[in-house]
Write a protein that binds this ligand. Structure first.
Ligand code: ARG
Ligand code: ZN
Length: 883
C-alpha cells in the first residue's frame, strides 16, 4: 500500500506516558505496555487504531477492564479499539514476541546471543501494538526482566532508577527517560557486555558518564570510538552551542545490524564495524567512518531527538541536517577540502544516478510503499547539500542564528522541513524565493554557463541557463534557486577583486566593509539569467561553483587550457581538484568513443603533465594529491553516456591507469620511498595523508603487472604494521589475476580468519574485483564457512561488492544478473531490508544496451513473480520495471 504526504492527518489520540515491561526469554519475550491516552479533541470518541506486526496478543485492558472480542478488531497489521471512552484513559496491552526467530533485524531481535532493538522507521510495531508514527511523543519507562547470568547487562533509554534480583536466577532493571520521544527512538539491549567508561563535562558543568558496550574481548578496540564521542560532544558545544542533556550516554556495538547506526535517546546502537578499530585491523577509512558516524548519531540528540520529524516524509529534516553536521565535524577534525571532495564524489557516484533513475525522488518524497526504501543518498546526501546551501547563502553566523531560532521554536516538537526553512529565513530576514523547490522537485538540475569579456566596458558576463530533467511522476519542472559561488583569476593566477554586479536591471555593490571581495555567491533563480561583473580589467578565467555551492551538473565554456590553468592556480582548492576531474571526464569520454570505434588509444600528454606536477608539488597536502590523481569512477563516466558501456569504460580507465603508471613510474616510486614510515600508527591528518599518497602510488605501479613492482607490493604487504598499508598492498596485488594474487589472498585469510570485520574486507576485495569471470569466485565464496546470508555486513561485502564491479555485474552473458536475481529471492525471505538494498543494483537497467536490458529485465520479472515477495523488494523491483 502506497502512503502519500498529502494525506497526512493529525492523530486523533496522543500518548502522554508509556510504561513498558519486558520479560526476556529464550523461546519468547512477553511485552506489557501501559499507555496514558488522551484525545486530541476533548470528547471525541473516534476509534483508536494501533499497528502491530508478528505479535501474539495476550490481553487488552482499558481503564483496568479487560476488553472482550467485539470491543476491538484485530487483523494481521492492526488492532482497533472500536469505541474508546471519551476523555483520557489508560490502555494496557500484553503480547508475545519471538526475538530469536526475528531475522529481519527490526523490532527486538537477537544478535550473537544478545538482545537488541532497531525501531526506526517502523520497527516498534514488531514489539507491541502502538501508534507507530513520529508525531506521537511520550515519556517512557522501561522495566526489563531476564536471566541474570545470560543477560547481566540490561539497558534502555534515560536513567537507571531501580534494579534488583528476582527468584529463579533472574534480575530486573527499571529505566526512565525524562524526555518525550517518538517510539522509533526507543531502545533495549540485554546481554553479556562490558563497557569502556569515560566522562565528559559539559560547558555548563554537567558530568556525563560515557559507556561503550561490546563483548569483553573487543573492549580494547573501542578507544577510537570513545575519542570520537568526546570530540563530537565538544564540537557541538563549540560550533552550535548544543550540550548533552542527560548524565549518561551509552553506545552498544552489535555485529548484526541493517544500517550503520541508530540514534536512540542516550542509547545509540551501532553496527560493530562503526565502533571497533585498532591500527592492526582497521584502515584509515574505517577510522574516519567511525569518527563521522559516532558524531552523526551523537548530533541527532538535538537534530532528530529533541526536535524530531512530524512524519516520515520529513526524514531529511533530521538526516540531511545531521549529515551536514557530521560532514562539518569531520572537516574540522581533518582536512576541509579533502572531506568536501570525498562528499562530492559520493554524491556524484551514488546520488546522481539515483536522481536520474526509476527511484528518483525529492529530498522530501511524496509517497512510499516501505519507508525503509527511502533511507537514501537523496534524503541523506542531497539533503545535506540543501542544508549546506542555506549556510552558503547566509554565512556561518547567519546559519547559526537560524539554528538557534529553530531550537528556540521547536524543542520538544515533531516538525516539518518548512519549519526549518522558516527558522533560517526568519532569523535572518532572508529572501529565499523558490528555495523550497529543493525539497519537492527530484532530478539533478543541469546548468549551462556562457561567459564573455567586454574589453571596452571592462565587464565580464556570465549567462546561465538551467534545466531540471523529468523524473517519475514529475514530467515538467520549475526553475530552481541555485547559489553559484564565483571568483575570477587574472592571467598570473591571482584572484581579481569583485566590486559590483549588474543583474535584473540593477547594479549591486559587492564590496564588504569598504574592501573588495574575491568571491561572491550569485543567486540564479530563473531558467535563463545574466550577471555582469564590472571593473574587470583583463580577461579573467572564472572559477565557478566554488566549493561545489549547489548539487547540480555544471557545463561551462572553459577550454582545456583554462581548466589546466585552474588546476594549477585556483585558490579554491575544491575547484582545483574539480578542474582536474572535468579534464579527466572529458578525456575518458573521448577515449571511450575511440575504443568503441576500435581506434588506438593515446593518452593526452598535457594530462600526464598536469598530474605529474600535482604529484611533485610539495606545497600541496598529500591527501589532496591522492584525490587529484584519482580518476573519476567508472559509474561517473557511464552516467554521462547515452548508452552505458561498462566494457569500454573499464578498458579505458584501465588503459589510462597503466599509461599514467608507466609515464610517472619514477615519480611514483619516489613517492613510495619518501612516504614510508616506521612510526607507530596515529590517526591524524598528516599521517593519513602520507599513507593515502603512498597507497595510491602503489596501486598505480602494481597495475603495470611488472614482476619487480609486484615484488615491491608484496614487500609492502609483508612489512606493513597497520591495516591501512597492509590492505592497500593486498588490493594492489589482487588487481591482477595470477599466482601472486591467490597466494596473498590465502595468506591474508589465514592471518585474519578470527576477526570477522577483517574477513569482511577480504570478502569485499574479492567481490569487487574486475578479474574476468569473477562471478564464479563470488558464488564459491557464498559457500565459504565464514559467509552467512543472515549477517548484513557479509551480504554488503560480498553481494554489494560484486555489484560494484561494472564489468562483472553487467557481464554480457547475464551471469551477474542471474547471480543477483537468485540471491535477492533467497535473501528476501530472511531480511527484506537488505534484499531491497541489493535489488536496487538492477534499477538502472535501461541505461544499458538491448542485450543487457533483456537479461536484467528478465531477472526483475522473475523476482516480481516470486511468491510472498516483501513490500520492500516489491517497491524497488516494480518501480524499476515501470519507469
Ligand atoms: N537514523 C539512522 C541514522 O541515519 C538510520 C536508521 C535506518 N533505519 C532504516 N530502517 N533504514 O543515523
Ligand atoms: Zn542519521
Amino acid at each position: 500500500k502506497e502512503i502519500f504526504l498529502k494525506d497526512y492527518k493529525l492523530p486523533d489520540y496522543y500518548f502522554d506516558t508509556v510504561d513498558l515491561k519486558f520479560s526476556l526469554g529464550e523461546e519468547k519475550t512477553i511485552v506489557s505496555s501501559k499507555i496514558a491516552v488522551f484525545p486530541r479533541i476533548d470528547g471525541s470518541t473516534s476509534p483508536l487504531v494501533l499497528v502491530g506486526q508478528d505479535l501474539k496478543l495476550l490481553s487488552i485492558k482499558v481503564n483496568n477492564k479487560e476488553l472482550k472480542e467485539g470491543d476491538y478488531h484485530l487483523d494481521a497489521r492492526r488492532l482497533t479499539l472500536v469505541s474508546p471512552p471519551s476523555g483520557a484513559f489508560t490502555l494496557e496491552i500484553d503480547n508475545e514476541i519471538y526475538p530469536h526467530k526475528n531475522t529481519s533485524l527490526e523490532g527486538l531481535y537477537k544478535s550473537s546471543g544478545n538482545f537488541c532493538t532497531q525501531c526506526e522507521a517502523e520497527g516498534f510495531r514488531k514489539i507491541t501494538y502502538y501508534q507507530d508514527r513520529p508525531d506521537i511523543m511520550a515519556k517512557y519507562t522501561c522495566r526489563i526482566e531476564a536471566d541474570k547470568s545470560l543477560y547481566p547487562v540490561l539497558l534502555s533509554n534515560g536513567n537507571l532508577i531501580e534494579q534488583g534480583d528476582l527468584e529463579g536466577g533472574k534480575h530486573y532493571v527499571l529505566w526512565e527517560d525524562p524526555f518525550k520521544k517518538p517510539c522509533y527512538l526507543f531502545a533495549l539491549v540485554g546481554g553479556q557486555l562490558e563497557s569502556r567508561d569515560d566522562t565528559f563535562t559539559t560547558r555548563s558543568g554537567r558530568k556525563v558518564s560515557l559507556r561503550i558496550w561490546t563483548p569483553a574481548q573487543d573492549l580494547p578496540k573501542t578507544a577510537h570510538a570513545m575519542y570520537s564521542l568526546k570530540a563530537a560532544m565538544k564540537w557541538d558545544e563549540d560550533v552550535f552551542g548544543l550540550e548533552y542533556d542527560l548524565d549518561l550516554f551509552n553506545i552498544v556495538a552489535v555485529p548484526d545490524f541493517n544500517m550503520g547506526a541508530m540514534e536512540n535517546k542516550s542509547l545509540n546502537i551501532f553496527n560493530s564495524k562503526l565502533v571497533l578499530a585498532s591500527p592492526e585491523t582497521a584502515t584509515d577509512a574505517d577510522y574516519a567512518a567511525i569518527l563521522g558516524v559516532i558524531g552523526h548519531e551523537y548530533f541527532h540528540n538535538w537534530t532528530g531527538n529533541r526536535v524530531t520529524c512530524r512524519d516520515w516524509f520529513q526524514l531529511s529534516l533530521k538526516e540531511g541536517l545531521t549529515v551536514f553536521r557530521d560532514q562539518e565535524f569531520s572537516s574540522d577534525m581533518g582536512s576541509r577540502t579533502v572531506k568536501r571532495i570525498a562528499d562530492v564524489s559520493r554524491l556524484r557516484n551514488f546520488q546522481y544516478p539515483q536522481d536520474a533513475g526509476p527511484m528518483a525522488h525529492p529530498v522530501r518524497p511524496h509517497s512510499y510503499i516501505k519507508m525503509d526504501n527511502f533511507y537514501t543518498v537523496t534524503v541523506y546526501e542531497k539533503g545535506a547539500e540543501v542544508v549546506r546551501m542555506y549556510k552558503t547563502l547566509l554565512g556561518s553566523q547567519g546559519f547559526r542564528k537560524g539554528m538557534d531560532l529553530y531550537f528556540q521554536r521547536h524543542d520538544g516538537q515533531a516538525v516539518t522541513c518548512e519549519d526549518f526553512f522558516a527558522a533560517m529565513r526568519d532569523a535572518n530576514g532572508a529572501d529565499f524565493c523558490n528555495f523550497l523547490l529543493w525539497y519537492s522537485q527530484a532530478g539533478t538540475p543541469s546548468v549551462k554557463v556562457i561567459s564573455s569579456y567586454n574589453a571596452d566596458a571592462h565587464t565580464f558576463s556570465l549567462k546561465f541557463s538551467q534545466d531540471v530533467p523529468p523524473t517519475p511522476g514529475q514530467p515538467v519542472k520549475e526553475p530552481m534557486f541555485i547559489p553559484v559561488a564565483v571568483g575570477l583569476l587574472d592571467s598570473s593566477g591571482k584572484e581579481m577583486p569583485l566590486t559590483s554586479v549588474y543583474h535584473n536591471g540593477a547594479l549591486q555593490s559587492l564590496a564588504s566593509n569598504g574592501g573588495p571581495v574575491y568571491s561572491t555567491v550569485l543567486r540564479v533563480t530563473k531558467r535563463e539569467e545574466e550577471f555582469v561583473l564590472s571593473d574587470i580589467n583583463e580577461r579573467p578565467i572564472p572559477s565557478l561553483l566554488r566549493n561545489f555551492s549547489a548539487p547540480i551538473r555544471l557545463e561551462t565554456d572553459l577550454t582545456d587550457s583554462d581548466l589546466f590553468f585552474l588546476l594549477a592556480h585556483d585558490s579554491d582548492e575544491f575547484n582545483r581538484w574539480e578542474a582536474g576531474q572535468v579534464l579527466a571526464r572529458k578525456l575518458m569520454l573521448s577515449l571511450v568513443s575511440d575504443f568503441q570505434q576500435s581506434k588506438p588509444l593515446v593518452l593526452n600528454q598535457k594530462f600526464v603533465h598536469g598530474l605529474r606536477s600535482m604529484l611533485c608539488d610539495s606545497s600541496l597536502d598529500k591527501e589532496f594529491i591522492s584525490k587529484a590523481i584519482t580518476l573519476p569512477g567508472e559509474g561517473e563516466i557511464m552516467d554521462m553516456m547515452d548508452i552505458a558501456d561498462p566494457d569500454a569504460v573499464h578498458a579505458v580507465r584501465t588503459f589510462i591507469r597503466k599509461q599514467l603508471a608507466q609515464e610517472l613510474k619514477t615519480e611514483l616510486l619516489s613517492t613510495i620511498e619518501s612516504n614510508r614510515s616506521s612510526d607507530e600508527y596515529v590517526f591524524d591528518h598528516p599521517s593519513m595523508a602520507r599513507r593515502a599518497l603512498k597507497n595510491i602510488a602503489l596501486a598505480y605501479l602494481a597495475a603495470l603487472e611488472d614482476p619487480e613492482l609486484t615484488e615491491l607490493a608484496l614487500c609492502e604487504y609483508r612489512n606493513a604494521t597497520n591495516m591501512t598499508e597492509q590492505f592497500a598492498a593486498l588490493a594492489a596485488i589482487a588487481q591482477n589475476p595470477g599466482q601472486n594474487r591467490d597466494d596473498v589472498l590465502a595468506d591474508f585469510y589465514k592471518k585474519w580468519q578470527h576477526d570477522f570485520l577483517v574477513v569482511n574486507k577480504w570478502f569485499a576485495l574479492q567481490a569487487m574485483s574486475d578479474v574476468p569471470g569473477n562471478v564464479e569466485n563470488v558464488r564459491k565464496l557464498l559457500n565459504h564457512p565464514a559467509f552467512d546470508l543472515r549477517n548484513p555486513n557479509k551480504v554488503y561485502s560480498l553481494v554489494g561488492g560484486f555489484c560494484g564491479s561494472p564489468v562483472n555485474f553487467h557481464s554480457k552473458d547475464g551471469s551477474g544478473y542471474k547471480f543477483l536475481g537468485e540471491l535477492v529471492v533467497q535473501l528476501d525471505k530472511i531480511n527484506p531490508q537488505v534484499a531491497s538494498r541489493m535489488v536496487s543494483a538492477f534499477s538502472r537497467w535501461r541505461r544499458y544496451d538491448e542485450t543487457r536490458q533483456k537479461l536484467a529485465k528478465a531477472q526483475l520479472e522473475m523476482i516480481m513473480s516470486t511468491n510472498g515477495l516483501s513490500e520492500n523488494v516489491f517497491e524497488i523491483a516494480s518501480k524499476s520495471l515501470a519507469a
